[in-house]
Design a protein around this ligand. Sequence first.
Ligand SMILES: Nc1ncnc2c1ncn2[C@@H]1O[C@H](COP(=O)(O)OP(=O)(O)O)[C@@H](O)[C@H]1O
Ligand SMILES: O=P(O)(O)O[C@H]1O[C@H](CO)[C@@H](O[C@H]2O[C@H](CO)[C@@H](O)[C@H](O)[C@H]2O)[C@H](O)[C@H]1O
Length: 553
Amino acid sequence: MLSNQPVSSTTAWSSAATDTDFWTMLAHTLLPSYVNTCRWFAGKARQQTGFSVQTIHSLDLPDGDLAFLLILEASYADGVPENYLLPVSFLTKPDAAVRADIPEKGRIGELTLDGQRGLLIDAIYDERFREVLFTAIYQNQTIAQPNGQLNFHRGKGLEEGDDKLSSQVLPVDSSNSAMTFGDKYFLKLYRKLFEETNPEVDMVAFLTDESNFTHIPAFGGSIIWKQPNRADVTLGMIQRMVPNDKDSWMQTGDYLNDFLYGVPQRMFAIREDVFDKVELLGKRTGEMHCALYKPSRDGIPTDTAFAPEPFTDEYRTFLIKRFEDLLERRYALLIDNYTKLDPLAQRLAWVFMEAKEMIETFIADFRTRPLDSLRIRIHGDYHLGQVLATSSDFVIIDFEGEPESTISERKIKHSPLKDVAGMIRSYHYAVSAKLFNSTETDNIDPDHLQRVSDRWFYLIRDTFLDAYLDVFGAPHPLFKNNSEINFLLLIYLLEKAVYELGYEISYRPAWVKIPLKGIIDVVREIEKIRLSDGHSVHDVPMLQTGLLQTKGV
Ligand SMILES: Nc1ncnc2c1ncn2[C@@H]1O[C@H](COP(=O)(O)OP(=O)(O)O)[C@@H](O)[C@H]1O
Ligand SMILES: O=P(O)(O)O[C@H]1O[C@H](CO)[C@@H](O[C@H]2O[C@H](CO)[C@@H](O)[C@H](O)[C@H]2O)[C@H](O)[C@H]1O
């Protein structure tokens, strides 16, 4: 977004790196309004108190010009400041063609530097900058900077001979920026930065280098900022590009359109190939977790970052605390927004509020319940939108973990059933969003709609779960027995639905009833447990309609 204010400085672009006054001036003029238009800036809704350029890394462009990688600090009235990556370059040529190529969202503003007029842009839109990043990764370059060094690392997935590829910025608007190289590589530049290696780099590099799991885009390399006595900061990662038409959320939506067709005629029909796909996704998910399960072999411990761990007291305390905080925040959010909810959501909200004590008792049981299953690194934000559908298979992407968690939290090991719960919730979302938000079902009795969507969901859930568990065989150290599987699934399903409740209240209020229904389904399961054996929960029965019963796990 171009600012109308003409901004000028006596500094030339070539000597700007060391001119702190220049960057301070920019941080007070062009940058705040620009950053606030960017999809990747997560601080828009917060009360901002200012921006400052904390660090400037210089990169030489092929024609002798320069681009800078700015680390921009955003400060707020409440809470800790955040750091964002903003690469900038300065186009001085009054060349209309060059400028016409820069989309509005890449234009930071007009600048006059040392008498030279030009346009300051987000450098991802500068082909020279993209070429420099790619070449540096390809050549494993280390570029010294006043504040440490930039380490460009090439991984297994970047092939020899692919050194000159044309590049583009992908139009997807998300929390990071994506560039493609020769339609073969996908480079993600992280925008919000953390002083720790991004979990996505850990995970994708590990799966590429240490396992035979091929259903992720192979790791092509990373861009890391290293500083003495400080943790590494990950600036970017490159992977193989996956040719895909759509993600699994969209694919499931297509299946649901077919299904929806029969609903007004009271015909319940799911195509067989839908079950085949769901089974395949269950299998791929199981294979991903098998690949992440690396016990010590012959007494030789594997990389501790990936070694399986038991359900320690420390983990139990962490999870319970997180759950309690999450519940408190969600109850408060729900109360604040109650009057904005539609009548169905309000009814469900009441059931949730009334079940508070029961939920708390159930969570508290997690502190002492004997659990012999194991925890490993997992995807962490697993849902249908994170799985790309190729012509006949699936590729799993976006291993950054749950956006609301800190980077350290995202690396905590969990039961892989947390990912399984994420996917189950996602199927529930898919059918609920389709059936309750489509005009085709406007005239259908809501109770009937609820019954058919429940049936669809249970069949799909059990198909997914069954195919998932089949991968492990029985017994497997990750899952002690059915009772533990069912208990852990309930815990993670509840946690995920409670997390989603906040997401929907903030971003899609019309969808709030979806996670509320998910929470209430778990509450009903907890009630069943209590009714079956008083208040102790030794044997946790299978989920309603679960095919699990037939498995000898
Ligand atoms: N390796 C890849 N190949 C092709 N497209 C990809 C690849 N990785 C991601 N994408 C596309 O880019 C979008 C954003 O990627 P994602 O990893 O989810 O980024 P973000 O962290 O910004 O959400 C995805 O929804 C998908 O459409
Ligand atoms: O942007 P991310 O992929 O990191 O994930 C966030 O946004 C997701 C929504 O796009 C949100 O997922 C929720 O909605 C999905 C449907 O749009 C559904 O499939 C998921 O089950 C549901 O959790 C995700 O929670 C949030 O972290």
